[in-house]
Design a protein around this ligand. Structure first.
Ligand SMILES: Cc1cc2nc3c(=O)[nH]c(=O)nc-3n(C[C@H](O)[C@H](O)[C@H](O)COP(=O)(O)OP(=O)(O)OC[C@H]3O[C@@H](n4cnc5c(N)ncnc54)[C@H](O)[C@@H]3O)c2cc1C
Length: 394
């Protein structure tokens, strides 16, 4: 496997960078938002995504008969990492998670209704798996879907639904077969976010991310909006999570932060001495640079293992990448606070703060990296069981 880009891939990367030089304006691109930058949460950010769509850069890996170009995954990787590196909105949720899962499992009706709208950047999704008693144990979800004439009636609660306060559609798991074992009793639905009976309440979190509780009160979903087969929802969710662990936890923002930190170390003084001469500082930076290379390679290994859309995403590669890359993101955040000294505590964007005040934001935001999309312990369990064949621990 070649870890360097080919001439054609480098040419595409240059094309993307030229596009970003022109369009990644401060109203859409902000690295100081850390990983939250990926969220398409303002009209300006939606307009930016529409420009990507005009370039034919959404769904590049999708099958041609569904509007894609059947390009290798490395093109989507190059695009998404370039977007992430500049703090732009990203293609992860629509193209990377919902679109790819619909391509594998959605009915023709759902594919026809949703895939063109994803390709044209006309639609934003919220993802609803977690509930008060279903986080790591996602299969324990209790949101109830009762069969009624022509569809389903949903009652109960989700929590931690990011984007529910602005998304157009809700991608949501619910229990349709309460008498079946928990993994077999779940189905996946698509629901308009402004549906009567859905109530969204904001939950502000440590990294400034606004996530949400969502309450369902007799929400009717027609049969057509059940994704795939009844009772197979947890399998689809597991695949979607493999995609999420890769596409929504990009590597390049960590690399970019580390580069800013290295530039700071080269210039800064502590007690009248250059920081760069401190052995502990040099060791710390050298370790992080080495680990960043490991994260990059794990990401590329996922891309190569994933192959063409339509294939099941590689679970163990997704978990290894997510585990290492997100823990590294936290280590870089910690190092920024340590190395910036007392001034590292200034809030982000404070005038005169070292590193634009990013240390404290980076430190706060990177907490979620190792929780969202499945906590680090869950990734370790997956690697131990599925990758190494060790027995289940619970
Ligand atoms: C800001 C934010 C945004 C989020 N956005 C979304 C979203 O959009 N959609 C969505 O569905 N969810 C979302 N989540 C939820 C996220 O996926 C869950 O928080 C996560 O899966 C952990 O679940 P939990 O919070 O219930 O913790 P718990 O599952 O209660 O875990 C608590 C601790 O126990 C550990 N643990 C649990 N089980 C095991 C085990 N078997 N072995 C070893 N250790 C274990 C965990 O690793 C963790 O450290 C979001 C969360 C946050 C904080």
């Amino acid at each position: 496997m070649d870890f360097e880009f080919s001439a054609e891939e480098l040419a595409f990367q240059a094309e993307v960078e030229a596009f970003l030089d022109e369009h990644a304006t401060p109203d859409v691109a902000d690295v100081c938002r850390e990983n939250m930058a990926q969220i398409v949460d303002t009209p300006e950010r939606r307009a930016f995504m529409a420009k990507l769509a005009e370039h034919g850069w959404l769904g590049m890996t999708w099958p041609k008969e569904l509007g894609g170009q059947e390009k290798p995954g490395i093109y989507e990787y190059i695009l998404n990492e370039a977007l992430a590196r500049r703090g732009c909105p990203q293609i992860g949720k629509g193209v990377g998670i919902i679109g790819k899962t619909l391509i594998r499992h959605g009915s023709e009706k759902l594919q026809r209704e949703f895939l063109p709208r994803i390709l044209n950047a006309e639609i934003e999704f919220a993802v609803g798996y977690s509930e008060p008693n279903a986080g790591s144990d996602a299969a324990n979800m209790q949101l109830k879907a009762d069969k009624v004439d022509g569809g389903w009636k949903l009652n109960g609660q989700k929590t931690w639904t990011t984007s529910a306060h602005f998304a157009d559609w809700y991608w949501v798991g619910a229990r349709t077969c309460p008498d079946k074992p928990k993994h077999d009793g779940i189905s996946l639905f698509l629901i308009p976010m402004d549906h009567e009976g859905l109530e969204v309440r904001g939950l502000p979190t440590i990294g400034d991310e606004l996530t949400n509780e969502v309450f369902f009160n007799d929400v009717f979903v027609p049969d057509d909006y059940l994704v795939g087969e009844r009772g197979r929802g947890f399998r689809y969710i597991s695949e979607a999570l493999d995609l999420e662990r890769f596409t929504m936890f990009t590597y390049s923002p960590t690399e970019q932060r580390l580069e800013e930190l290295v530039d700071y170390v080269k210039e800064a003084q502590r007690d009248g001495e250059p920081l760069r001469q401190e052995p502990g500082v040099r060791t710390c930076i050298a370790n992080l640079a080495t680990e960043a290379e490991v994260a990059r390679v794990l990401g590329l290994k996922f891309v190569h293992a994933a192959g063409q859309v339509g294939k099941k995403p590689p679970t163990v590669e997704a978990s290894k990448y997510k585990l290492f890359a997100t823990q590294l993101s936290q280590r870089v955040g910690n190092a920024m606070v340590d190395l910036a000294g007392a001034d590292g505590q200034y809030r982000v964007h404070t005038e005169g703060a070292p590193l634009r005040g990013r240390p404290e934001m980076s430190y706060r935001y990177s907490v979620i990296d190792t929780i969202g999309g499945g906590a680090s312990e869950i990734q370790k369990n997956i690697i131990a069981r599925r990758g190494l064949g060790l027995p289940k621990n619970f």
